[in-house]
Design a protein around this ligand. Structure first.
Ligand code: CTP
Length: 395
């Protein structure tokens, strides 16, 4: 995301303080954030806050003399790869729908040729007003994108539609828009994540320690490189990422059905999920009561998903191993006829399953072996996708 510029327009909704978090997360993602605030927004949050968070000047007026830009709204509109208006009040939407440009923010919005993302925030009654809905339709017909509003508790104390969407959701959509022309643009990628759960009875299951972090990191990285992402997730406590199709599944059989259904026109399948190899033969319909004798639970083999789905052009597997890492990974690469396999040593506590970092080795079908040092899973995801992009261009 470095060299990408966002103009963040902040308007006078109480959710303006949440825009600080958005500015921070965009900055952390490497994006240069140029903040433009309306006069009303400055009553709620200080421009100095955005300047400190983004490290860039904040503009509040058409007539500032201290700023390096010559004609402020034109410079801002031209520098933008994306303009985000967050929070966007009913008032600013109305002005934009009418083409009104009476302050720096609306002038910039009218002048920019960059895509515009609008994160709505207003009171329910204003949101539901026919004038607001008509303005929304106008802006939609002009090709603008929207996030929210969410439903929940409002600043007025009431409950309803109008809340500013979660910052992670706005961030996800924004990064997806910024990456729209990335090296995976136009590619459909199916990624599995998390562990499957095989029910024993209504309250118990056979599961594993997978948290889904690696698969989610891959899905977010692929989204930010322009891919159309389908994320098929088993058990996880991670927040649902924005800007992709997310399918939640329980068992290995459900995961297989979903992968089969969504991968028909996919270019890439990455199986990062920890799929159960065995499932209880019978699922008790009532809770199993303890008895004085030991319980033996018959298990049946589940179907191997990667081995079954063979017609996706690029297929990538993970090998979770506690011994003979490379040898076992090579065996899986060959037996499942994969293009790449990512070998993880699961005996370490600082890497692999559940950890935030991963030290892995990528093996390919031509016999090449690339060892990656310990790094955050997001970085490892980028390195894996670099290899996928290489394979796509070679095919
Ligand atoms: N996998 C799969 N379907 C299964 C089991 C595994 O698609 N029923 C995929 C995993 O998502 C991973 C790869 O196959 O990408 C290897 O999984 P792993 O659990 O390491 O190996 P297994 O093939 O299950 O073999 P073993 O458990 O004996 O190591």
């Amino acid at each position: 995301m470095s060299e990408r510029h966002v103009v963040l327009g902040v308007t006078g909704s109480i959710a303006a303080y949440k825009a600080v978090d958005l500015a921070s997360k965009l900055t952390q993602a490497g994006v240069s954030v140029h903040t433009v605030m309306t006069e009303a927004a400055t009553q709620l949050v200080g421009p100095a806050t955005f300047r400190a968070i983004t490290g860039l000047p904040v503009s509040t007026s058409m007539f500032e003399l201290t700023n390096p830009f010559s004609i402020e709204h034109i410079s801002l509109s031209e520098v933008a790869d994306l303009m985000i208006i967050a929070p966007a009040t009913a008032n600013v939407i109305a002005k934009m729908a009418a083409g009104i440009a009476d302050d720096l923010l609306t002038c910039t919005a009218l002048a920019t040729r960059a895509p515009i993302l609008i994160a709505l925030a207003m009171h329910t009654a204003m949101w539901e007003n026919a004038a607001t809905q008509a303005n929304l339709e106008t802006l939609q017909s002009l090709g603008m994108s929207f996030v929210g509003p969410a439903t929940g508790r409002l600043a007025s104390g009431g409950f309803g539609a109008g809340r500013f969407a979660p910052v992670t959701e706005i961030l996800g959509v924004a990064l997806g828009m910024l990456g729209a022309n990335g090296d995976l643009a136009g590619r459909k990628i199916v990624i599995t994540a998390g562990g499957t759960r095989e029910p024993i009875d209504p309250v118990r299951f056979l599961g594993n320690r997978s948290t889904g972090k690696m698969g989610f990191a891959l899905a977010e990285a692929a989204r930010d490189r322009g891919a159309n992402v389908s994320l098929i997730s088993g058990a996880t406590t991670l927040p649902t990422p924005a800007g992709m199709n997310v399918h939640s599944v329980g068992t290995a059989a459900e995961m297989l059905d979903t992968v089969e259904a969504v991968s028909t026109d996919a270019d890439i399948l990455i199986m990062a999920a920890a799929v159960a190899d065995y499932a209880p033969e019978m699922r008790a319909s009532e809770k199993i009561k303890k008895e004085d004798v030991d319980l033996v639970l018959p298990l049946n083999r589940t179907q191997d998903i990667l081995n079954t789905i063979r017609d996706v052009p690029i297929r990538v597997g993970f090998a979770a191993e506690s011994e003979n890492l490379i040898e076992n990974a090579k065996g899986k690469l060959v037996s499942k006829n994969l293009d790449l396999i990512v070998a993880n040593d699961i005996s370490r506590s600082d890497s692999g399953i559940g950890a935030d970092n991963n030290e892995c080795t990528i093996l390919d079908a031509s016999g090449n072996q690339e060892s990656l040092p310990l790094m955050p899973k997001r970085e490892a995801a980028e390195r894996i996708l670099d290899r996928v992009v290489g394979l796509l261009s070679a095919k």
